[in-house]
Structures are given as structure tokens and as C-alpha cells.
Design a binder for this molecule. Structure first.
Ligand SMILES: *Cc1c(COP(=O)(O)O)cnc(C)c1O
Length: 468
């Protein structure tokens, strides 16, 4: 036996370490209600404990887990508490975390059916449930990836494959150099990740026809260029600041008629399609060719869970093509053909658990809950004299104070309060505070407490500014 094996067998079997890990996890979840939304400065300084050179000698597993749980656990950001409104970071459903813990111990690779029948089975089930929830056609397939960024990469790779193949250009054979030009049509308010993946796919700024947007961040229809079969049109379900939806009902049928490919970035907003309340926002969204959406935002699955949905299986699988004589495919689901990765954690397991737990009714209730809480947030903030800049059509609220300087300093004060947390941005050339209600756990009381802190923060901020 090697020295390393001796240490591994002698120290702790997996079971003992799991007991320890479980008791740390349990402690964290029982006391996390008392954690600040963001760690205080003094707590952050504990992170220094991790600074060391790579150890030479093999260590003690139990000590490592203890350090991680105790020092690491104090320096987490508390999305699942009710007062975290940053980015569009979702809370987490307990059933999702529990399913993940069970499956983590299995340590399954979801690439192929022969690597994990259970992972393949549950991904297959989740695929059909997602079609059902979003009212998508039977032919739509789903791939599970890290997030909407990668999902958009997959959808736009499929778009590139299909649009070029219509022009008699097989991109998997001939590549992109010398290929016929494609036209990318997208709004000026498109999420930054889309531009990043377009770059990865070989499309520079020159290929993009930017469409101006209205005061909510929606594409202006009058500005839409005339479309043809060389176009890839990228629309948005949920602007990352305002939550606004592009006008699918008017744009998608027109684009499809012109034989353009339509991709929808629906990172958090596509879930609106799972509730009748928002049918005015998602009308015709099912007519698109591909959609990217996250589980880890609106649905509150554990991180990380992005989903690519595509109605053109051939385009997606050819675009993500991989070969190798050792690959053993089967008649069952081989998930790697739907994603850029080969080896991959079996994230379909916790997605399955969350969907099975919520059911159709629960998903739509969750989506509506986030919306109603956002409306309540806006109402309370308005009563406190904050200006609300967007129509709260989904879960996002844009606020500001009387001046950019006051808005920025108020945000600094909010972020260091520990009571709640949100981020900022520039919206129509003005500094704003962004509020994203994205956790099932956010209560009215959380909102009232947070808005009270907003007011206090603004008071502190105006004293600081007048001192300057
Ligand atoms: C969050 C978000 C993304 C990026 O998604 P990730 O899951 O972080 O990769 C893209 N588009 C929109 C509209 C988003 O809100």
C-alpha cells in the first residue's frame, strides 16, 4: 500500500467525514438566519487564514473540513435569506440542496448514459417537464450547462450552424473563415454575456446590427432592420435591470417568416411563460428556435444550473459535435451531445427535485410571488421618496435618489449595512440602485426592513456628501 493510501484508509472513511460535513451543514442552515446579507469587514479579514503556500505533506481531512466550514462559512453571501437583492442571484429551495447533497455523494458524471443511468434518466424527465412548463413543441431538446452564458453559446452555435447550412456552408467542415456573412440583430440593451459568446463564435462588432431600445429597455420595433435568412435575431425575456420583455408577439413571427433564427435570452424571465399571469409578456415566445434560461435564478435551484432549449436538434448537436472511438453511445440519453462539456456534474438531479417538488402550480406561484414582492418593494420605496424608474413588470426594480452622487453613496451605505444587499448600475445615463427579488424566502417584513435601511442609508449618505 502506498503512504497516501495508508493515510486515506486510516484517517476517516468517507462516512465519518460525511457525518462531520453534515453536522457543519446542519449548523449553517440552522443559524444562517442570523447571518448578515454580506459579511462584515472584520469577518472578511478571517479569510487570511486560507493564505499559505501549497502544503508539502498530506494533511488531515477532518481539520480541512473544519477550517472550510467554520471560517469559510462565515464569509458566504446570504442569497437564501430574504434580504438579498443583488444581481439576479436566486435563493435556494431546501429540496434542491438536499437532492444535491445526496447526489454529490454519488459523484456522477452526466456525460453519457453508461456513465450514469440515473443522471440520464432525470435529465430526460426534466427536458419534458421544461417543455410542458414553457409550452414548447415536442421536438425541443434541453441541455444542462453552467448558466445562461453557456446556454446562449450553445443556442447561438446552433443558430450559426443552421443559418450557414442554409447558405450551403457546413461550418463544422469549413469553419468560419471565408464563410458567407451572417447578420446578428440585437437590442442595445442585450445582456453583456451575449456579446461575449458572439465573440467566441467569431462574430465581431461589425456583424452586429444594433437595434435601439425604449425607456424600459425593449427593442424599438420601428428600428428593426429588414430581416432575411442570413439573420440571427437575439431577443430578451427579462432585461437585467428593468425586467422588461421584448415584444415577441410582433417580432418573432416576422423574423420566422423571413427565415431568420430567433434566440431568446430568458435567463430569469423565461419563467414568466410558466404562469398565466404573464401571458401578455411571453405571447409567441414559444415560436423561437432556441432559448437560454437559468434554474439558479427564478426557479431557486442550487448553483449552478443553466439550460439551453433548442427546437432544432440537428443544429445543436452538430454545432457541439464531438468524436472519439472510446465514446460509448446508447439508445438512452447521452447528455453530452447537448452541451459543450463532456464530463459534467449531474445537475439535472437537483433540477428534477425542484420541479417535482413545486409542480406546475408551485412554479407559477413562485414566479408570481417574486413579482408581487417586487411590486411591494417599489411601493414601499416610493413612499420613502425614492424614484422608481421602471414599470415593475416582473421581479426587477430600478430606484434612484435625487442625484447620482447621493444614489452612489446610498448604495455604498446599504452594501456595508449587513441588513440587506443590492447592486448598482447605470441606467439611461443615470446612477441607479438595482433591486432583484429572486428568493422564495423574501417576506413583506424583509422588504419593509430593507426599505427602512434604504432610508437610513440615504440619510447617512447625505451627511457624508455634504461633508465633502
Ligand atoms: C444572469 C443573466 C445572464 C447570465 O447568466 P449566467 O447564468 O450568469 O451565465 C444572461 N442574461 C441575462 C438577461 C441575465 O439576467
Amino acid at each position: 500500500m502506498s503512504a497516501l493510501q495508508r493515510t486515506l484508509f486510516a484517517q476517516h472513511g468517507t462516512a465519518d467525514l460525511l457525518d462531520q460535513a453534515y453536522s457543519h451543514a446542519r449548523q449553517y442552515s440552522l443559524t444562517s438566519g442570523a447571518l448578515p446579507a454580506f459579511p462584515a469587514k472584520a469577518t472578511l479579514s478571517l479569510l487570511k487564514e486560507f493564505d499559505e503556500a501549497l502544503p508539502i505533506e498530506t494533511g488531515n481531512a477532518s481539520d480541512i473540513i473544519k477550517l472550510l466550514a467554520e471560517t469559510g462559512g462565515k464569509n458566504t453571501v446570504h442569497y437564501s435569506g430574504g434580504r438579498y437583492f443583488g444581481f439576479v442571484n436566486g435563493g435556494v429551495l431546501p429540496v434542491g440542496i438536499a437532492a444535491r447533497i445526496v447526489a454529490d455523494v454519488w459523484d456522477q458524471n452526466a456525460a453519457l448514459y453508461v456513465m450514469s443511468p440515473i443522471a440520464a434518466k432525470l435529465e430526460d424527465i426534466v427536458q419534458s417537464w421544461l417543455r410542458d412548463l414553457f409550452n414548447l413543441p415536442e421536438r425541443v431538446i434541453a441541455g444542462l450547462v453552467g448558466g445562461t452564458s453557456v446556454a446562449s453559446l450553445c443556442g447561438l452555435a446552433a443558430a450559426r450552424y443552421r443559418q450557414l447550412s442554409k447558405l450551403d456552408w457546413d461550418v463544422t467542415e469549413k469553419g468560419i473563415f471565408g464563410a458567407p456573412d451572417l447578420r446578428i440583430v440585437m437590442g442595445t440593451q442585450t445582456h453583456g454575456t451575449v456579446f461575449k459568446v458572439l465573440n467566441l463564435l467569431g462574430f465581431g462588432r461589425q456583424h452586429i446590427e444594433w437595434v435601439d431600445s425604449d425607456d424600459q429597455g425593449r427593442m424599438l420595433l420601428d428600428e428593426l432592420p429588414s430581416l432575411d435568412e442570413r439573420c440571427i435575431v437575439i431577443l430578451q425575456a427579462g432585461n437585467v435591470c428593468s425586467g422588461a420583455f421584448d415584444d415577441f408577439k410582433r417580432i418573432i413571427p416576422m423574423a420566422k417568416k423571413a427565415e431568420a433564427w430567433v434566440h431568446v435570452d430568458g435567463a430569469f424571465g423565461l419563467w414568466a411563460a410558466a404562469s398565466n399571469t404573464f401571458s401578455h409578456l411571453t405571447d409567441s415566445v414559444a415560436l423561437a428556435n432556441s432559448w437560454s434560461v437559468d434554474g439558479h435564478k427564478t426557479l431557486n435551484t442550487p448553483y449552478d444550473c443553466g439550460i439551453i432549449l433548442c427546437e432544432d436538434k440537428q443544429a445543436l448537436t452538430h454545432a457541439l459535435h464531438q468524436q472519439g472511438s472510446y465514446i460509448q453511445s446508447s439508445d438512452a440519453r447521452d447528455s453530452m451531445i447537448y452541451t459543450p462539456d463532456m464530463s459534467r456534474r449531474a445537475k439535472g438531479i437537483e433540477l428534477w427535485a425542484c420541479l417535482k417538488f413545486l409542480g406546475k402550480k408551485g412554479v407559477s406561484e413562485l414566479v408570481e410571488l417574486l413579482h408581487h414582492q417586487a411590486i411591494y418593494f417599489a411601493k414601499c420605496a416610493k413612499n420613502e421618496g425614492f424614484e422608481i424608474l421602471n414599470d415593475v413588470v416582473f421581479n426587477q426594480v430600478i430606484l434612484r435618489c435625487q442625484s447620482d452622487a447621493l444614489t452612489n453613496e446610498t448604495l455604498v451605505q446599504i452594501q456595508s449595512s449587513g441588513i440587506c444587499w443590492c447592486g448598482g448600475a447605470i441606467w439611461q445615463e443615470r446612477a441607479i440602485i438595482r433591486v432583484s427579488v429572486c428568493s422564495w424566502a423574501t417576506s413583506k417584513r424583509d422588504i419593509e426592513q430593507s426599505v427602512a435601511e434604504f432610508s437610513n442609508a440615504r440619510e447617512r449618505a447625505s451627511l457624508i456628501i455634504s461633508d465633502k
